[in-house]
Design a protein around this ligand. Structure first.
Ligand code: ADP
Ligand code: ADP
Ligand code: ZN
Length: 215
């Protein structure tokens, strides 16, 4: 099973991808995570991507599609891939078709998380993660059970993304509207799109996605 999670910044793609990984033999392929790792490691890709990401603009199609291709060749993705934050442009959608067909794989579903844009700023600005294990949290919607201690690994260090500020989120939202939302009709024409109410609570969104995958 290969699925795309599609939705604007803060829609819940990463949150839902992590749930699917925990429940099924699937891997999360997040271009955002791959790019942040490249920036941290100071690779040529990271050096090129850093300023673009900080501005909330899109990194080049060639770079992100190459990252996805490399990941698809690693054995762990054979059980199924969850594309999180990719594709984000029409060119990337075409590149993904090619990457999958070259590997005799196909897309099963495109799950669109439908959200109210006004609520997304708060979601993104309140987002943080455990610095050690990456578990996701939110200032208001998902606090650790013990204040300041990660539920999963016990670490007391957390981090926030430099691009998770209200101003950059607006640019990212505009990028989504201009370049990413227009790829939905391509998948609609192929009968792949399933819509989920992304404003429901995290468990309800997860249950809705599970229902789609089991249909
Ligand atoms: P995306 O990967 O689409 O950018 P995330 O999954 O990182 O979004 O979610 C953004 C923030 O909103 C996170 O802090 C997360 O804990 C929180 N969040 C995710 N889903 C929900 C939900 N259904 N209701 C409330 N908050 C949510
Ligand atoms: P979010 O889920 O909050 O939208 P991501 O972690 O997916 O954020 O992406 C963070 C940033 O990384 C984007 O704003 C963009 O600069 C870059 N990026 C991630 N994925 C892609 C992609 N598929 N194409 C172009 N740029 C990307
Ligand atoms: Zn942790």
């Amino acid at each position: 099973m290969n699925i795309i999670l599609l939705g604007p910044p803060g829609a819940g793609k990463g949150t839902q991808a992590a749930r699917l990984v925990a429940e099924r033999q699937m891997v999360q392929l997040s271009t955002g995570d791959m790019l942040r790792a490249a920036v941290k490691a100071g690779t040529p890709v990271g050096l090129q991507a850093k300023a673009v990401m900080e501005a909330g603009e899109l990194v080049s199609d060639a770079i992100v599609s190459a990252l996805i291709g490399e990941r698809l060749d690693q054995a762990d993705s054979a059980g199924g891939a969850i594309f999180d934050g990719y594709p984000r442009t029409e060119a990337q959608a075409h590149a993904l078709d090619l990457l999958l067909s070259e590997r005799a794989r196909a897309l099963d579903f495109v799950v669109e998380l439908q959200v109210d844009e006004a609520a997304l700023i708060e979601r993104v600005v309140g987002r943080y993660t455990c610095a050690k294990c990456g578990e996701g949290y939110h200032d208001r919607f998902k606090l650790p059970m013990v204040a300041g201690v990660c539920d999963v690994c016990g670490s007391t260090e957390f981090k926030r993304r430099p691009d998770d500020n209200a101003e950059t989120v607006r640019t990212r939202m505009a990028e989504y509207r201009a370049k990413t939302a227009p790829i939905l009709p391509l998948y609609e024409a192929r009968g792949l799109v399933r819509r989920v109410d992304g404003m429901a609570d995290m468990d309800a969104v997860g249950a809705a996605i599970s229902g789609i995958l089991e249909a």
